[in-house]
Ligand binder design. Structure first.
Ligand code: G3I
Length: 308
């Protein structure tokens, strides 16, 4: 089981950050540079400069490289929105994009998040460009292209609020069943696990939901774990709760056994967290404070991992 982090190259000039990253984590996920807007900025023109730099750095430092992400309704290039697509043409564009990118990184990526966040909270399909033009065919096309380009990479569907039983996780289960019934390769479900202190799914809920996916014949990963405070600064009681919330995901993953392949946090130091720019006034979601001192949750995570 790996324990890793998402990161961005811009942060690596900070020596303190980089030393911690290399010392404490076993896997690395690029938080941005492999996304479609960066890798195919013009149709058919691929740019893997930053992605290669990331991948080579991770592998040179003996980290597992978790690749992210091929088809997502955010951070895709503007040319996709500037045309009116037929279903056939858009599916072709998706196939070419996914095939080209996965082929480029072939042999380096342990896994790919093939499709991200295709569902609404109520379990209906998200009205993205991809869905509006192709229905659900884009999902199948993306997975087919990825498996054709690198048959050995693990292929994931990745989403948030699917860590506990409910309509959205039920819809993910249906998606897995649908793809497997068509013999489309899908290896795991990525549980993003962006939680709020005191509102996280419990360990029992997470374990139950992980097992439901596993029972369908796929594995699971905790792919983007963080637990944010809605109001700052945190109280002592809040920090204790955050520790329990982090431990719930760690313990659930350990308890379901090797079918939970690993855990990644979505960056580890509050200085570089995505939270404050997306949720104004919220934060302190990570295992290290902005000044690179560890949080109580860090100690709790280490002891949960050691106990497992
Ligand atoms: O690249 C530009 C840069 O040129 C410009 O100067 C700067 C000014 O703000 O913006 C830069 O782009 C930012 C980009 O990250 C790269 O740093 C975007 O504004 C910013 O919106 C973007 O945020 C990313 C976010 O996805 C986009 O929705 C976060 O870094 C990234 O951590 C986050 O990751 C997502 C996962 O992919 C999916 N799950 C949720 C997770 C958190 O939102």
């Amino acid at each position: 089981m790996y324990f890793g982090t998402a990161t961005n190259q811009e942060q690596w000039s900070n020596k303190e950050y980089t030393e911690l990253m290399l010392e404490q984590f076993g896997s690395m996920t690029p938080a941005n540079v492999q996304k479609w807007m960066y890798t195919e900025p013009e149709q058919g023109v691929f740019n893997y400069t930053a992605g290669d730099e990331f991948a080579n750095y991770a592998l040179k430092n003996k980290k597992v490289l978790l690749c992210d992400t091929l088809v997502w309704h955010q951070q895709y290039p503007s040319w996709l929105d500037e045309k009116t697509w037929t279903k056939k043409d858009l599916l072709n564009v998706i196939y070419q994009h996914v095939y080209n990118e996965v082929k480029h990184f072939k042999g380096r990526c342990f896994s790919w998040n093939v499709v991200n966040e295709a569902l609404n909270e109520d379990g209906t399909w998200r009205q993205s460009l991809f869905y509006n033009v192709t229905g659900t065919d884009y999902i199948e096309t993306a997975f087919l292209a990825a498996s054709a380009a690198d048959p050995r990479a693990q292929l994931y569907y990745n989403d948030y609020n699917i860590e506990y039983p409910g309509p959205k996780s039920a819809a993910v289960e249906n998606m897995v069943k649908w793809l497997r019934s068509k013999h489309v390769k899908i290896d795991a479900v990525g549980l993003e696990s962006h939680f709020i202190v005191g509102q996280a799914a419990t360990e029992a809920q997470q374990q139950q939901q992980m097992q439901s996916y596993i029972d369908l014949g796929v594995q699971v990963v905790v792919s983007e774990l963080d637990v944010r405070f809605e109001t700052l600064p945190p109280t002592e009681a809040g920090l204790a709760q955050q520790t329990v919330d982090y431990q719930a995901s760690i313990n659930a993953c350990i308890k379901v056994g090797k079918q939970c392949m690993g855990i990644s946090v979505w960056d580890f130091d509050d200085e570089y967290s995505w939270i404050p720019s997306s949720f104004a006034g919220q934060g302190d979601a990570d295992l290290w404070y902005a000044n690179f001192t560890t949080t109580p949750a860090y100690t709790g995570v280490v002891s949960a991992l050691e106990a497992g």
